[in-house]
Design a protein around this ligand. Structure first.
Ligand code: HEC
Ligand code: HEC
Length: 338
């Protein structure tokens, strides 16, 4: 009931904001503060959207068949391990990174994808639709093989994304979207440092994610996801970019205490975690330095891949990860309109 109220107010506010750039309503600010404690309040003119919940879905008058499909999408998003060995070859769920079932600000909420795509994406230098964007996270973040375009599972996932965007105008004009992505962290005073990062990791993170970064799994369920190693995301995943990882960590970790680390700690942790090994980038040419160079401008200039850190050349191996026997999923194909 509380969620429903917030949601209704949220949608009304969203409409106001896009028209009149109104100041956020107090109830919205309170809802945001409980979803993302310690995060900055929306700036004037920013577009605010509080996605509906599954309870809102049950209470809605959508067609019962559609509700079933959206529920299936939610289920795949929050328990992706049920399709382990088919689509997701590591120990992650979508909401290991898109926390709160993809609803939370600064945890890269997924609703923006439903309203800004199709759009140009620098990562693959072409226009992508929402299925291709989801396929991207399956291929890199889940180190897997995406469900086929147009398949039941892909339909379910896109329907869930679109439901979360309920009420948001398509190609929403003007203003940035509040809480999109993982948020930025100001450049630290001191250069990010591996050893300081390691000390903070051992003090504040290892209790859940383990000293060796492997996390914790119990009876086929992810309790704490791995941060590196064969069961983690691969070298092509967006979160290997230091600024993205620092943003995620600062605004979401340790779990239950978001925004408790200093900016310096977040950058040092990103430096330490990114200096560990993980499955090969699906775009690997067979030569790590060449691959870094080839995708440098659009991607790897922000990662440690192909660099020597602590005496190791990172990413210099043929290991594609646990359970995986291919490098790049076939569905990731080039497209041209020439
Ligand atoms: C290892 C972390 C991780 C996992 C797991 C992950 N993602 Fe992502 N996802 C990211 C990152 C990083 C971005 C880019 C965020 C940014 O804009 O900085 C992203 C972006 C997205 C976007 C675009 C959001 C926008 O604002 O346009 C969608 C949609 C998405 N992911 C869906 C999924 C789905 C579906 C799954 C599960 C199959 C998944 N992701 C699993 C890290 C992850
Ligand atoms: C109390 C347990 C706990 C602590 C402590 C903790 N995490 Fe997490 N972490 C989680 C859980 C659980 C998730 C998955 C998110 C979810 O399920 O909502 C996660 C997700 C992550 C992810 C994204 C998914 C992945 O596997 O890469 C990163 C990165 C991360 N944590 C880094 C850290 C860092 C850095 C610290 C220390 C500052 C930390 N965590 C402390 C429990 C914890």
């Amino acid at each position: 009931m509380k969620n429903l109220l917030i949601c209704t107010v949220g949608l009304a506010l969203a409409a106001n904001l896009s028209l009149a750039q109104a100041q956020p309503h107090e109830e919205i600010l309170a809802a945001l503060a409980s979803m993302a404690p310690g995060s900055p309040a929306p700036a004037e003119g920013q577009f605010v959207h509080i996605p509906p919940t599954l309870e809102d879905l049950e209470a809605s008058n959508l067609n019962p068949e559609l509700k079933k499909v959206i529920r299936r999408g939610y289920d795949l998003f929050t328990n992706t391990q049920q399709v382990r060995e088919r689509y997701s070859l590591n120990d992650m769920n979508c909401d290991s990174c898109h926390m709160g079932a993809g609803r939370l600000p600064f945890s890269s909420p997924v609703w923006p994808a439903a309203v800004i795509l199709p759009n140009y994406r620098p990562k693959n230098d072409q226009v992508n639709n929402i299925e291709e964007r989801i396929a991207g996270c399956f291929s890199y973040s889940m180190n897997g093989e995406p469900p086929a375009y147009g398949s039941d599972d892909m339909l379910a996932l896109t329907a869930y994304h679109q439901w979360l965007a309920k009420g948001v105008p398509v190609y929403q004009p003007g203003g940035s979207m509040y809480g999109r992505g993982f948020g930025t962290v100001a450049e630290p005073a001191q250069k990010p440092d591996y050893h300081r990062g390691k000390a903070t990791y051992e003090a504040k993170c290892a209790v859940c994610h383990a000293e060796d970064g492997s996390g914790l799994q119990a009876r086929g369920e992810v309790v704490f996801p791995p941060l590196w190693g064969d069961y983690s995301y691969n070298w092509g995943a967006g979160i290997t970019r230091l600024f993205t990882l620092a943003g995620f960590v600062k605004h979401n970790m340790p779990i239950g205490q978001p925004n408790s680390l200093t900016d310096q700690e977040a950058w040092d942790l990103a430096q330490y975690i990114d200096a560990q090994e993980r499955p090969q980038d699906p775009r690997y040419t067979g030569d790590v330095r060449e691959t870094r160079e080839l995708y440098g401008e659009s991607f790897h200039k922000h990662t440690l891949y192909g660099l020597e850190v602590e005496g190791r050349l990172l990413g210099d191996h043929d290991n594609v990860g646990a359970n995986k026997d291919f490098l790049k999923p076939e569905v990731l194909r080039d497209r041209t309109f020439n």
